[in-house]
Design a protein around this ligand. Structure first.
Ligand code: F6R
Ligand code: ZN
Length: 183
């Protein structure tokens, strides 16, 4: 395997040499709590960008690492802040490391009924142990940018995306966020 080289500009959040994938509103159907607000936003602009993932990873997976840069746009559906779908890894013993580069967010970690929220701001490093589902939420009004690394053959299990027990909502007429139960 040849060395792979990409760049991330810490000021602008722009990447180069990484493969881009995007998630628009229509791909997040069924995930936000307020279905009426979601329908409204979808009608306005179904291809509104919620987040992008930029990947640097070799084609061969075994014994390699994958790294990603995620950029979550600021925004809400109803009062709920924009987030990533969230997942577990198919290979359950996968751990992952996150490093926040820009913006303000929360990392929601969940293992069965155990839920943690970690504040993400530039410089925050989080080790996500195996078997903890993870979703990231942009609670600021600028893009949230973070870098992550895990074994390249980990795979993704998105069944976790509908099973998060907490939701992060914007405070009424206020700065900041509050954490609510999902169900
Ligand atoms: C990779 C990882 C991140 C997320 C990305 C998008 O294991 O945790 O790179 O993949 O933040 O989130 P999802 O994959 O949940 O749509
Ligand atoms: Zn992950």
């Amino acid at each position: 395997v040849e060395p792979l080289i990409g760049t991330l500009d810490f000021d602008s959040g722009k990447t180069d040499g990484l493969k881009r994938e995007q998630k628009t509103l229509r791909e997040l159907s069924g995930l936000f709590a307020d279905e009426a607000a979601f329908a409204l936003e979808l009608a306005k602009d179904p291809s509104r960008l919620v987040y992008e993932v930029f990947t640097l990873q070799p084609d061969e997976n075994a014994a390699h690492l994958a790294c990603h840069v995620t950029i979550i746009q600021p925004g809400t559906v109803g009062k709920e802040f924009f987030f990533t779908k969230g997942h577990l890894h198919q290979i359950q013993e996968t751990a992952e490391i996150y490093l926040c580069i820009k913006g303000t967010g929360l990392l929601l970690l969940q293992r069965e009924s155990d839920v943690r929220t970690v504040k993400m701001q530039p410089g925050t490093i989080v080790y996500i142990p195996p078997r903890w589902a993870h979703r990231t939420i942009n609670i600021g009004d600028t893009p949230l940018v973070f870098f992550s690394v895990h074994r390249a053959d980990a795979g993704y299990d998105y069944r976790a995306s509908t099973q998060f027990l907490k939701r992060i909502l914007k405070k009424h007429n206020n700065e900041g966020y509050e954490i609510h139960n999902s169900f």
